[in-house]
Design a protein around this ligand. Structure first.
Ligand code: HCR
Length: 378
């Protein structure tokens, strides 16, 4: 039934919110949503999902051939999707509206070295507020592997669902023991947020995403959800093409929320077990720009259903930000990013995107690209 996932007292404000989304296109963060759908977690925390399978990330480097490494990159990528797109449903009951990061907000953490796989670290910075852009850098330095990316979203509404186009891409770089460097351009799928009418939103992935390697290997991933008559939720079909043939060398099918198999019936991905969440310093030791510290009082208000406090504390942060921007303008000293820098063009993107069918190359928006200067792919 309509609104069945919504507390009775918030049903009419939920209906209003859904109607507002329907006639709106752009940055959803500016819309006021009913309290039950608010998440106490900021979008700067989301890049941590890329790191929740540190074992698979480290194992990419152990691939003996270019083909083997292309398969390992695909396996790791598919294995991160469940975390990226279903964590809020698992921990909070449905997809929620995350906190909208402020400029300069940071999220830092690591995954410890276990059994010699190496320590994995993550640096995230909110590099733009209007439009919201998040830059991230995940690295396992001892294995010589890193992931550099930036992410923004454009939303629209269609047939009762929110359609989210992800703007941005990720670039995975491997420094092989031989001294050779390999790069993989990872494009991002389109999202459809379904279940709005019922007040229990969840993400379904759609269309295609790609992993294009400097070795010439290309993985195509096609996403399908449950259709009206057939199909299963969260399904995908991936194909891996070698540079020398137009016939797929490997085909993998399954669900990104559970398992997938190759054409011989051999399990390729299995995410039914636990994932490893990021380790962060205790709140008391965090700096003032670190996401959980910055949003501490707002998040507490949301968690304890004290929405007056949450909204008062949120306004304080937003007013402080507005004042800061005015002061910067008056003094002629714009905000300086800490970890990332803006670049006009991503050379790797330009080169690797050539492998992808030109009609499907995601259009990279000017002004959205950021890099960690000392990263191996800078
Ligand atoms: C669309 C979304 C914000 C962006 C989130 C992204 C795309 C961020 C990058 C991550 O790598 C993957 C990811 C996963 C999330 O599913 C996606 C969010 C889902 C909802 C949220 C909207 C801005 C909030 C809409 C409000 C709804 C729930 C009513």
């Amino acid at each position: 039934n309509a609104g069945e996932g919504v507390p009775a007292s918030q049903r009419s404000s939920w209906t209003q919110f859904v109607k507002a989304i329907a006639s709106f296109s752009g940055d959803l963060s500016s819309l006021t949503a009913p309290p039950f759908i608010l998440s106490p977690i900021s979008l700067t925390e989301f890049p941590a999902y890329w790191g929740e399978h540190p074992q698979l990330f480290a194992a990419i480097v152990d691939g003996k051939t270019e083909e083997d490494r292309a398969l390992r990159v695909l396996k790791w990528f598919i294995s991160t999707l469940k975390g990226q797109y279903t964590t809020r449903n698992d921990t909070m009951g449905s997809e929620k509206k995350p906190l909208n990061p402020v400029l300069g907000e940071e999220f830092l953490g690591h995954w410890p070295d276990v059994n010699g796989r190496g320590r994995q670290t993550l640096v995230v910075e909110q590099v733009s507020h209007h439009p919201p852009i998040t830059a991230y850098y995940l690295e396992n330095a001892s294995k010589g592997i890193s992931l550099q990316g930036h992410n923004a979203q454009k939303t629209s509404f269609s047939s009762g669902s929110i359609i989210v186009k992800q703007i941005g891409h990720a670039l995975l770089t491997i420094n092989l023991p031989s001294g050779k460097k390999e790069k993989y351009l990872i494009t991002l799928p389109r999202l459809r947020i379904d279940g709005l009418w019922y007040g229990s939103p969840y993400v379904e992935l759609s269309e295609m995403s790609y992993i294009a390697s400097s070795t010439g290997f290309l993985s195509t991933i096609e996403y399908k959800g449950k259709g009206y008559f057939s199909g299963k939720y969260h399904s995908f079909k991936a194909q891996v093409f070698s540079p020398s043939s137009s016939r797929a060398a490997h085909t993998i099918e399954g669900q990104w929320t559970t398992t997938s198999k190759d054409t011989h019936g051999v399990v390729f991905t299995d995410v039914t077990g636990p994932k490893e969440t990021i380790s962060t310093p205790p709140l008391a030791e965090m700096g003032e720009w670190e996401s959980r510290k910055l949003w501490e009082k707002v998040a507490k208000g949301i968690r304890e259903s004290d929405f007056d406090t949450a909204s008062r504390e949120k306004s304080k942060i937003e007013n402080e930000q507005r004042q800061r921007r005015k002061d910067e303008l008056a003094a002629g000293t714009p905000w300086k990013l800490k970890y990332f820098e803006h670049v006009d063009k991503d050379q790797d993107y330009a080169e690797l995107a050539g492998l992808i069918d030109s009609t499907s190359v995601p259009t990279e928006e000017d002004g959205y690209i950021y890099r960690k200067p000392e990263s191996p792919n800078a």
